[in-house]
Design a protein around this ligand. Structure first.
Ligand SMILES: Cc1cc2nc3c(=O)[nH]c(=O)nc-3n(C[C@H](O)[C@H](O)[C@H](O)COP(=O)(O)O)c2cc1C
Length: 188
């Protein structure tokens, strides 16, 4: 008999990036569990290169305002556009800044980034397994140098590789995936 774990497979397949959130609060305990899952990701040479900074309410407000400036990119946004942008960053229940510990060796840097990606996926799959949605965002806001200061991160030691937004989705996109046979080869 082939052993199967349908629940794990369903969490992996069911995880979907959420772009819009209801504002509903997710239990801190679930986020802590997600970070525990992240910290168990594989990493070459035991570098454990990931760091997670959970933003508090004051930092969230600062990020949201920076989001408005970033979106405006020197232009004037209407009040409604500003509010929509603020809401985009404030409506997820939690916002976590993901950083990778810097290193000078390009090979190790590449492997460390891969390990951080594994950590993020662990986090998001765990959240999916408990009915919580998430998004890894590497957009312009996450690249703003001000993020280091807001999150209290030493930019000489760690680099921001994105945000993970956590919350309850108000809608989920339908993402069609390639057929498995189009991405898998088998050799004799
Ligand atoms: C490294 C990485 C960076 C991403 N950055 C963004 C982003 O900045 N904005 C965004 O809307 N989605 C971002 N995503 C999420 C993708 O849009 C999403 O994974 C893709 O649409 C597939 O959907 P799924 O996650 O529901 O399978 C990112 C995903 C990855 C892996």
């Amino acid at each position: 008999m082939t052993p199967t774990n349908q629940a794990t497979l369903e969490s992996i397949i069911g995880r979907r990036t959420a772009h819009d959130y209801t504002g509903e609060r997710v239990d801190d305990e679930l986020v802590e569990n997600a970070l525990l899952a992240a910290n168990h990701a594989p990493n070459h040479k035991h570098t454990f290169p990931w760091r997670f900074t959970i933003l508090g309410p004051a930092a969230r407000q600062e990020v949201a305002e920076l989001g408005v400036t970033t979106k405006a990119a020197g232009n004037e946004l209407t009040e409604q556009q500003q509010e929509r942008t603020r809401n985009r960053w404030l409506s997820p229940s939690h916002m976590i800044v993901i950083t990778q510990v810097r290193c000078d060796d390009p090979d190790r840097n590449r492997e460390d980034y891969a390990a951080c990606a594994c950590a993020i996926q662990n986090m998001m799959v765990y959240l999916a397994s408990v009915g919580v949605h998430s998004k890894w965002s590497t957009g312009g806001l996450s690249k703003r140098p001000e993020i280091h200061g807001i999150a209290g991160i030493d930019k000489n030691i760690e680099q921001v590789i994105g945000f993970v937004l956590v919350g309850i989705a108000s809608g989920l996109p339908n993402v069609s995936r390639p057929e498995l046979e189009s991405v898998v080869r088998r050799t004799p």
